[in-house]
Design a protein around this ligand. Structure first.
Ligand SMILES: Cc1cc2nc3c(=O)[nH]c(=O)nc-3n(C[C@H](O)[C@H](O)[C@H](O)COP(=O)(O)O)c2cc1C
Length: 339
């Protein structure tokens, strides 16, 4: 497995570990208040939610990372086992490589062996209906993500700069596909106007992947020796702003807050300001690659435990109550979401 596509998959992982730019989700501008007389005890706190018709243990999933590279099978094997064990969903990385390179398929197919895992497939907006059917079947997915990664394609040396009409494939998939479609970004966020257009096309799930975490522009820039794109590293919509803007548009859209979600506090705050659930990528990869399987699993268990502690401190015992907690916006987030 040594094609350009497979090499790129490896470089994404390597370069992710080398990225050093810092941007903010602006979740630090969400103020929530301590409840000194909370009467909730830790054992009563229930962090579970329903997602895609199933009960999951907490409002968190592992988002799209990999498939088709030399380290992809090992990463997908570990992450799918951990997610199954913890009863949280997992999305695989883009399956586009599997459309053309047969030998890459195994690194995706192994996810299908995790019978109890809530599995989510992933393809880009440049693909067609038939490709999505193939990708769904490859991992026997319960839902498919369609990723929008325009900034990444523009910075990528071999990126796809041709004209596409993302809304028409999204519309076709939502209308005809036999499982839910999740529209996701890859680190630049979904604006209010984009979300409005998606909702008009009957999209029911948006995975924000906003600014504040993994910087895919930097990841690609580190592979591009022809041009320097470091002046683009701050491009994107902070995750917290995306959540607030999209929730203002609709009570019904299912919002997955992602992009820079690293802690239990990030998850709790995202839900309080309007998300239904959250997703994590970079931080989980960090724990897995730098600490190993147990460190990664323990990190996620700790997140769930800390979520429960924060809910005790807020005086709420389930996610529905958490969604109703009062909050105040401060600083830049307040300024950016005022109208
Ligand atoms: C190494 C790496 C590979 C990724 N590959 C994909 C991909 O194939 N498809 C996709 O939709 N997103 C991909 N992403 C983006 C993530 O799914 C996520 O949207 C983004 O990293 C923001 O979340 P984070 O800040 O928690 O990392 C990738 C991220 C990383 C770090």
């Amino acid at each position: 497995m040594n094609s350009i596509n497979s090499q790129r998959k490896d470089e994404h992982i390597e370069n992710y570990l080398r990225t050093s730019s810092f941007t903010s989700t602006l979740l630090e501008d969400v103020y929530i208040e301590h409840n000194a007389i909370s009467d909730i005890c830790l054992d009563e706190v229930d962090t579970s939610i329903n997602f895609l018709g199933r009960k999951i243990s907490m409002p968190l999933m592992i988002d799209a990372i990999t498939g088709g590279g030399s380290s992809s099978a090992a990463i997908n094997e570990d992450l799918s086992s951990i997610c199954q064990e913890l009863s949280i969903p997992m999305a695989c990385g883009s399956e586009s490589i599997a459309l053309t390179e047969k030998e890459s398929r195994e690194s995706f197919e192994l996810i299908k062996d995790k019978k109890d895992l809530l599995r989510i497939g992933n393809l880009g907006f440049e693909r067609n209906y038939k490709d999505f059917v193939f990708a769904k079947e490859l991992i026997d997915a319960h839902a498919m993500q369609i990723h929008l990664n325009l900034a990444q394609e523009m910075v990528m040396k071999e990126g796809d700069n041709s004209y596409h009409d993302p809304l028409s494939i999204i519309e076709e998939l939502v209308e005809k596909f036999d499982c839910p479609i999740i529209v996701k970004e890859t680190g630049c966020g979904i604006s209010k106007n984009v979300a409005k257009k998606l909702i008009e096309k009957n999209v029911k799930y948006i995975d924000i992947a906003g600014k504040g975490g993994t910087n895919f522009i930097e990841i690609e820039d580190l592979r591009n020796f022809d041009m320097d794109f470091s002046d683009f590293y701050t491009w994107g919509i902070p995750t917290a702003k995306s959540i607030i803007d999209i929730r203002k548009l609709s009570d019904d859209i299912f919002i997955i807050a992602s992009g820079g979600i690293k802690t239990a506090m990030d998850i709790v705050k995202s839900i309080i300001i309007g998300a239904d659930m959250t997703a994590m990528t970079g931080e989980v990869l960090n724990y897995l690659l730098r600490g190993g399987y147990d460190a990664c699993e323990n990190f996620l268990k700790e997140i769930n435990h800390k979520m429960k502690i924060i809910m005790v401190l807020l005086g709420v015992k389930n996610i529905e109550q958490l969604k109703k907690v009062d909050y105040k916006l401060t600083g830049q987030l307040k300024e950016l979401t005022e109208n």
